[in-house]
Design a protein around this ligand. Structure first.
Ligand code: FO1
Length: 312
């Protein structure tokens, strides 16, 4: 069994790589839900959708979110009627949000709805939200506290981030299947995917019991750096790090995860960082452009975890 902690586009890419080299029943993807929000009366879970669309082959690989087989009549009509169109919702994507919203309103948990949608999309690995409770990432900027999608999409990550908060995390319960898997003696590794540590991984770690369970975990915890040569592969990671007074480097991310990490995979370009990292470092090509890149990085991560297991 392998657990992958994922959020955003980078996380989904490695989750896909893992799903192509592991039997489906051996992969559990635990997804950040801090990006979730209510919009146009719909309950939207972007990171869950990015993982499910990616694992089902439906994802739009160019932009990294939504579906590739989309039409935009809903958005065009919203525009003509003066509705909000800053958050782009394709016609087929809207159907998923409507189905999920109705089922959540009927009292189903996010994980139950996600499990059923994954089955309908033919996805083998387990995809579970980090918690079924409400957690919302908010960011303190020059415009005051912003909701995540307002910052990320509406304002295109332009505001200067001074502080982050994960509203609801302190009273949230980690998903029981996630906690059970961490304690399962058959667990072989926990992979922290190359997602933005602040907005995609730390909301998961902020839920009571998660950090302690990871530290106590018998299986090695291994992260892949989301920074290559001081730049984020995608999104605001490096910008955020600079604004938070941190050096935007692979080493800084390792220090953020600190006591959790047994292993850390960085790009060849960041070889000089090796000396500043406590965990056992593996150098690899961490830029994933092709499907083969995703699979190769997944294999490198699992091989590194196997070496760490023998050491433990
Ligand atoms: N990201 C954008 O930059 N612009 C959008 O219009 C947008 C729409 C969207 C719709 C559904 C969905 O599941 C994700 C969407 N995203 C969009 C991506 C999303 O904001 C981010 O991927 C995550 O929240 C951060 O990882």
């Amino acid at each position: 069994m392998i657990i992958a902690l994922s959020g955003g586009v980078g996380g989904a890419k490695l989750a896909l790589g893992l799903s192509r080299i592991l039997p489906p029943e051996e992969l559990m993807v635990v997804v950040n839900t801090g990006d979730d929000f209510e919009h146009l009366g719909l309950s939207i879970s972007p990171d869950i959708d990015t993982v499910t669309y990616t694992l089902s082959g439906l994802a739009n690989r160019e932009v990294g979110w939504g579906r590739h087989d989309e039409t935009w009549s809903f958005m065009e009509t919203m525009e003509s009627l003066g509705g909000e169109t800053w958050f782009r919702l394709g016609d087929r994507d809207v159907a998923l949000h409507v189905v999920r919203t109705r089922r959540l309103r009927a009292g189903e948990t996010l994980s139950a709805v996600t499990a059923d949608l994954c089955k309908r999309l033919g996805i083998g690995p387990r995809v579970i939200p980090m918690t079924d409770d409400r957690v919302r990432t908010r960011l303190l900027t020059e415009h005051g506290w912003l909701d995540f999608q307002d910052y990320f999409v509406h304002r295109r990550c332009e505001p200067v981030v001074r502080e982050l908060a994960f509203e609801g995390a302190a009273t949230a319960t980690p998903h029981p299947a996630f906690m059970a898997a961490l304690a399962d003696p058959r667990l072989q590794a926990v992979v922290i995917c190359p997602s933005n540590p602040f907005i995609s991984v730390e909301p998961i770690l902020a839920i009571p019991g998660v950090r302690a369970a990871l530290v106590a975990c018998k299986a090695p915890v291994i992260a892949v750096s989301p920074i290559i040569a001081g730049r984020a592969v995608k999104g605001p990671t490096a910008k955020m790090m600079t604004e938070l007074g941190l050096d935007p480097s692979a080493g800084t991310v390792a220090h953020r995860y600190a006591d959790l990490l047994d292993g850390y995979v960085i790009d060849h370009a960041d070889m000089a960082e090796v000396v500043s990292i406590d965990a056992r470092v593996t150098l690899a090509q961490t830029m994933m452009t092709t499907i083969e890149d995703r699979e190769a990085l997944a294999r490198t991560v699992l091989d590194a975890a196997a070496v760490l297991r023998r050491r433990k």
